[in-house]
Design a protein around this ligand. Sequence first.
Ligand SMILES: NC(=O)c1ccc[n+]([C@@H]2O[C@H](COP(=O)([O-])OP(=O)(O)OC[C@H]3O[C@@H](n4cnc5c(N)ncnc54)[C@H](O)[C@@H]3O)[C@@H](O)[C@H]2O)c1
Length: 352
Amino acid sequence: MSNHDIHCRFFSQEDLLAAGCLDVGMAMEAVEFGLRAFQEGDVLFPEKIVQIFNDETQERINCLPATFKGRKICGVKWVSVFPPNPVKYGLQNLSAVIILSEIENGFPIAFMEGTLCSNIRVGSVGAVAAKHLAKPDSRTIGFIGAGEQAKMHLIAMKTAVPSLETCRIAAKEGVEEDQFVTEMSAIIPTMQFEKAGSDLSKAASDADIIVTATSAQAPLLKAEWMKPGAFYSHVGGWEDEYAVAKQCDKIVCDDWETVKHRTQTLSRMYKDGELTDDNLYADLWEIVLGKKPGRENDDERIYFNAVGLAYLDVAIAIAMYDRGLETGLGQDLQIQHEMIFEHTRLKDWVRF
Ligand SMILES: NC(=O)c1ccc[n+]([C@@H]2O[C@H](COP(=O)([O-])OP(=O)(O)OC[C@H]3O[C@@H](n4cnc5c(N)ncnc54)[C@H](O)[C@@H]3O)[C@@H](O)[C@H]2O)c1
């Protein structure tokens, strides 16, 4: 073995799953750790780099780095978003890989599939919010949208609020509701599932927790469906009428400064002058760190919207890496054996 060997560990999605990384409890701890570390100034979080290949369809690849200085690990999520994929090719919209490097010598330590981490991040941030903002004895959860994010959100919400026992699901097509129930009842057999037959009001009305996770750009969720005491996790873009946020007692974001410059409902309301900074109750970290109380009574309607903080993806990826190493899964990837000019065969390989 040369002194200049560089190795890293490769984890496929299957390795990560087999290692037990689809563990929202673990991811929630990583999210809370990440939020705290960021506030303590322990996280380097530069601007993301966005490359858009088609303005109309928004096909893009983004590069999202972050460093946890205390853990001495720098990571980057390289994420592709190709919205036409599902309809045009029957392929997933989002795919990602993650690289982690140590920052003592700067060498890579892990290369891993990143879609799993990315989707778990969305769910586990919602779960951390639900832990503080949903009624702890919530029984019913209603979904509008039955895709990848909705499925992960159900696992996340059941982890954060174990009392959930009924899940109502409404999607654009009945076949998606069927698929959601088939897949999710195998994973959570104790949950009672009710298909709403695309009747959105049936899924959301009277639910203790409402989740919208759709690809729509329309005011699907109506204010009158959200009962007092309900917690609403908004995952997609424009999915609810403005009156939903207006009637909520608390509006919480992962990061309001980021949210207000995007395109989801709260961002639209802000741009339309229908919502101001004063209407925002808190960013999630303020509640997690105990700066502000979460839910204060059983009647509050609470609205949560996260746009995604990529340093939390890196925090979760580090937790997955630790668990992957513990289980011994994954494969060794040799990046180099020698430095370039140490290779004895370099004279045979060089081309002029
Ligand atoms: N907040 C975040 O950090 C974050 C991260 C990733 C994705 N997202 C967003 O989450 C949303 C869902 O993503 P996904 O991967 O689950 O998508 P998906 O394509 O797998 O599922 C979309 C769902 O939306 C439903 N839908 C679309 N129009 C509808 C309508 N009019 N009525 C009812 N249901 C309708 C579809 O039936 C489908 O079930 C997208 O908007 C995506 O951009 C958010």
